[in-house]
Design a protein around this ligand. Structure first.
Ligand code: GCO
Length: 442
């Protein structure tokens, strides 16, 4: 694949998230996040891993941003940790937190790297969770205050913003399934969390637009290409229901379409809505960040409540798997771009995450990772295919820069294009990273 086919204005980048790389949890006045608390509970994270040290990005950011430069990557996506800026979620601002992100932003700009900032990548201050977290409507005020502080502190230099990362995942995994922080379960936690996330996304977008005219304002969505297990009407209907939760709910709710009506339980969301929410929920983003890794095959199932559908595990399908047990299926990214591009209100799509975990090893100072390299090349080709079809896709960011803390999976899955030896913190650029560097060479 040749970069020239994408044109000069295509945004190439690499993505990270604060809770997965920074470590330094109790340093320089940072408050506690729900992930700090969740990961200390027994049995929540594979091997009992915690994000306490992670990649030491808090201390080593210059080294890592220099590696981004060395690989010719022009755009760097990272997130701001809410508990570094506001240790208790509201109230006193922590100047050391502001100073830290100023150092990162300034160092990027000094090296000619464009910072792309995610405001919320799942690290809710624990103090706010004690007050109900995402289930408490007050979060619209807490979040708006935090967004304003970020915009005022960094908006003179940051021109690309993402209000929120994957609301479907942090509400679904964190407030319904209980497998991510804060570990809450059930529909009574999930539905208000969903609605408040939509309100916050829209409120955050509006604030950024008002405070930073000229900035590019986006948000990111997880998405998956969904296929029915068979042509039987019940599997086709099950796949359509899964599509609501995997792909449709947040983008439609925040874009004047309301909550999808195809799923009965979603009508219960009305009990959390106030008059006027129809307007407060809406914002027209300058770009939509799509994050895609695989496809899902869906079968009807009477045993799964609310959705009546289950995923047919990739392990049972005789397909190539990554270390996350996700199927390698490059056309999925083409399909999701087509799907989201078809919404009339989508102005621009940026692939804000795509990548894969494989069991990499350092041998003689090198990391040969042919499976990741192929994965990236094949997915980039599918992005080009969508672009050539006329889709408004304008960027591609690899997940991720370095191996890091993969949430409930701990340090086991290695997603980086740079290897980290977590005993010594030594960085080794993998062959896939070297390839990306050549691909992006001026
Ligand atoms: C996200 C993702 C990342 C993950 C990646 C691999 O929401 O941005 O969860 O943080 O590390 O998707 O699973």
């Amino acid at each position: 694949v040749n970069r020239a086919f994408f044109g000069d204005n295509f945004n190439w980048g690499v993505s990270t998230a604060a809770p997965q790389i920074e470590g330094a949890l109790a340093i320089d006045g940072r408050g506690t996040s729900i992930w700090d608390v969740f990961t200390k509970k027994k049995g929540k994270v594979l091997n009992g891993d915690t994000p306490d040290i992670a990649c030491e990005f808090y201390e080593r950011y210059r080294e890592d941003i220099a590696l981004i430069k060395e690989l010719n990557i022009p755009n760097f996506r990272f997130s701001i940790a809410w508990p570094r800026i506001l240790p208790n979620g509201t109230g006193e601002v922590n100047p050391a937190g502001i100073a830290y992100y100023n150092r990162i932003i300034d160092f990027c700009l000094e090296l000619g790297i464009e910072p792309w900032v995610t405001i919320y990548h799942w690290d809710l201050p624990h103090e706010l969770e004690l007050k109900g977290g995402w289930t408490n409507r007050e979060i619209v005020n807490w979040f708006s205050n935090y967004v304003k502080i970020c915009a005022n502190a960094f908006g003179d230099r940051v021109k690309h913003w993402m209000v929120m990362n994957e609301p479907a995942v942090f509400t679904g995994a964190g407030y319904f399934l209980g497998i991510h922080a804060p570990g809450r379960t059930g529909i009574k936690n999930f539905l208000p969390a969903v609605h408040h996330a939509v309100l916050c996304m829209a409120a955050g977008g509006k604030l950024l637009r008002q405070l930073l005219p000229g900035a590019q304002i986006g948000t990111t969505f997880s998405c998956s290409h969904i296929e029915p297990y068979s042509n039987k009407p019940k599997d086709v209907a099950a796949a359509a229901r899964a599509d609501v939760f995997f792909n449709r709910i947040f983008i439609e709710a925040v874009s004047s379409m309301g909550y999808p009506e195809d799923i009965k339980v979603l009508s219960r969301i009305k009990q959390y809505m106030l008059p006027g929410d129809e307007h407060l929920m809406n914002f027209e983003f300058d770009f939509i960040g799509l994050q895609n890794y695989t496809r899902e095959i869906v079968k009807a199932s009477l045993f799964v409540p609310y959705i009546g559908a289950r995923l047919v595990k990739a392990q049972h399908r005789n397909v190539q798997l990554t270390d996350m047990k996700w199927e390698v299926y490059p056309p999925a990214i083409y399909e999701v771009i087509k799907k989201f591009d078809a919404y009339p209100f989508v102005k621009k799509i940026i692939i804000t995450e795509n990548g894969s975990a494989f069991p990499d090893e350092v041998k003689d100072g090198r990391v040969d990772d042919p499976l990741r390299l192929k994965y990236l090349q094949n997915h980039i080709n599918q992005v080009l295919r969508a672009k050539n079809d006329g889709c408004k896709v304008a960027g591609y960011f690899i997940w991720t820069l370095t191996d890091n803390f993969e949430w409930a999976e701990g340090y086991h899955p290695r997603f980086g294009i740079i290897h980290i030896d977590f005993k010594t913190q030594k960085r080794t650029i993998k062959n896939s990273g070297l390839w990306y560097g050549k691909f992006l060479a001026p």
